[in-house]
Every structure is written in structure tokens, then in C-alpha cells.
Ligand binder design. Structure first.
Ligand SMILES: C[S@@+](CC[C@H](N)C(=O)[O-])C[C@H]1O[C@@H](n2cnc3c(N)ncnc32)[C@H](O)[C@@H]1O
Length: 285
């Protein structure tokens, strides 16, 4: 079926602006992201994997669920860099960490699309993770910055939206562009303070212009291998993820009328959760 809407962009490059996450962080009663950090089983195995490193890095901690779990576990971790482009988000995480045991935590407010993270020495990071962040990045820029700082035996883990699964299950969001695999999100983080967040552009539909605030891009597995390889990484593991039904239903996606339709309900019942993501581990080559 032909698409009956088209996109008008204002900001050229970004998939989301910092003020979106500043507003998300400033909510008094924050809504959960539909993230594996809210799945206790995934959190346990991913944080155990992470603290096998002495020097660890997390990009995009959100509200710090993973950071708190990693510090509690500690393992071999001695230094923990936490990078976020939103100062408000980063401050919230830092103030929520509590006792850090023997871990030295270094917050860095930075956009990894733009900033090569000069405070982190070359080849120094053993474990790096970005959870529900890949969709917001310009991966060819961000991954090159990460390549410089990851140690030769280090590993990078990231999850992303799997376009193969989206295509085969025909997961439909209201403004999902099948040509590019991009979903245009028209919901601001905080309806009542919509004016605080700059739109990236507008969805034009039947003469109406609706602002959109994020572009969430999904990737085919071949595309991911190519992107990682161009940036000096090899993907050594890719695991399909299912976000458990309870986690998805409790998240802002499950609770928002635009995001839950009959088709999604059926899929979530069939798989016991939301199936559209891939958990990738890569090593530098
Ligand atoms: C969807 S949230 C995910 C938060 C958390 N990891 C989770 O899974 O719940 C994305 C996070 O990445 C940060 N972020 C997005 N793009 C970024 C970039 N280019 N550089 C640094 N941080 C970024 C946002 O500010 C936000 O904290």
C-alpha cells in the first residue's frame, strides 16, 4: 500500500536532539523506556559480562538502571566511564549511584556522534555497552570514536532494532517508512511541556503537519556487519532479543495508544514479549 504521508525535515543530521532527553530526564514521574535493563534476567547476564572488564564504558545510561546493577556487581571493574549527551540525564544517574565500592566513576557529558571522547585514552576500554542507544546514533561516526578507545581484547555490545524481524513479522508503527526502515516518532517525552523540545521536522498527512521528535532506524543484519566492519569491528555474536511482555507493557510504548495495536498485541502474545531487537557483541579487528 502506498504511504499517504511524507516527511519534512528541519534539522539535517540528528535522529534525536539533546533537549528530548533533557525533558525525558526532567519528568517527575518518569515512564520506563522499553528497555532490556528492566528485564532482571537480561540485566543480570549483561552486567556480569560487563564487569569482566577493568575499564568499562557505558554510552547512554538513561536513568542508570544498568549502571546501578554493574556497580552493585563490581566484578573486576575499577573504572567506569558513563557518557551521555544529556547533562540532565547524566546528573540524575550520578546522583542515583549510591555507594560505588571500589569503582571510580567518570561521567562525561558528550555527544558521541560529534565528540571523539578525548578524555579516554587510546585502547584503554575492556568492555563498552550501549543499551537502546544505537537507534539514536550516526553509527559510522560513533563507532569510529569507540574504535579508538577499545582495547585490542576489548568488546563492544549494543542492541538495535532488527529490520529482518520487522519485515518478516510486519511490525507496524504509525509512521514507519518501509523504504528506509525508519520510524518517525511524533510523541514528545512530556505532552504537557511539548514546547520545550525542538521537533526534527514534520509528518505531512492529508494537509496536516504533525511534529516529530525522533527517527528510530532499524537495520538489516548485512547492513550492521558492513557498518561495524567499516569502523574496524567484527560482529562475533548476534542474539535475537525478546523484551518480556510485562516489561514492554509497563513501558511508555506499551502504555501509549499510538504504539499498541492489534497486530502488536498478537505478536507479543505469540512470542511472550516484543521480538524486534538484536543484541550484538563486536571486537576490534
Ligand atoms: C532510549 S535512552 C536509553 C537509556 C537506557 N540505556 C535504557 O536502555 O533504558 C537513550 C540514551 O542515550 C543517550 N544518547 C542518545 N544519543 C546519544 C549520543 N549521540 N551521544 C551520547 N548519548 C546519547 C540519551 O541521552 C539517553 O540517555
Amino acid at each position: 500500500m502506498d504511504q499517504n504521508w511524507c516527511i519534512e525535515r528541519l534539522a539535517a543530521e540528528k535522529s534525536v536532539q539533546t533537549d528530548y532527553y533533557d525533558a525525558a530526564a526532567a519528568m517527575n514521574r518518569p515512564r520506563r523506556f522499553p528497555s532490556p535493563v528492566n528485564d532482571p534476567d537480561w540485566l543480570e547476564q549483561a552486567s556480569s559480562w560487563f564487569v569482566e572488564g577493568r575499564v568499562c564504558l557505558e554510552i547512554g545510561p538513561g536513568r542508570g538502571e544498568f549502571a546501578r546493577a554493574a556497580i552493585r556487581r563490581q566484578g573486576l571493574m575499577q573504572r567506569y566511564y558513563i557518557v551521555d549527551m544529556s547533562r540532565v540525564m547524566l546528573d540524575k544517574v550520578m546522583s542515583s549511584l549510591g555507594d560505588r565500592g571500589g569503582v571510580e566513576v567518570n561521567p562525561i557529558c558528550s555527544d558521541i556522534d560529534q565528540d571523539p571522547l578525548p578524555a579516554i585514552p587510546d585502547q584503554s576500554v575492556d568492555r563498552a555497552i550501549m543499551i537502546n542507544v544505537f537507534q539514536d546514533l550516526q553509527p559510522l561516526k560513533a563507532l569510529r570514536h569507540l574504535r579508538r578507545i577499545i582495547s585490542p581484547d576489548g568488546l563492544l555490545r549494543a542492541n538495535m532494532s532488527d529490520r529482518e524481524v520487522r519485515d518478516s513479522l510486519r511490525i507496524d508503527d504509525e509512521f514507519f517508512d518501509r523504504e528506509t526502515g525508519s520510524f518517525y516518532m511524533t510523541r514528545p517525552p512530556l505532552e504537557e511541556r511539548q514546547q520545550d523540545v525542538s521537533p526534527l521536522g514534520f509528518v505531512n498527512m492529508n494537509g496536516n503537519k504533525v511534529p516529530f521528535y525522533r527517527i528510530l532506524k532499524s537495520y538489516y543484519r548485512d547492513q550492521l556487519h558492513e557498518i561495524f566492519q567499516k569502523c574496524g569491528f567484527e560482529i562475533i555474536r548476534e542474539t535475537p532479543m525478546i523484551l518480556p511482555k510485562k516489561v514492554w507493557m509497563d513501558s511508555v510504548e506499551g502504555r501509549h495508544k499510538d504504539h499498541i495495536n492489534e497486530k502488536k498485541r498478537e505478536l507479543i502474545e505469540k512470542f511472550g514479549g516484543y521480538p524486534g531487537k538484536l543484541d550484538v557483541i563486536a571486537r576490534p579487528v
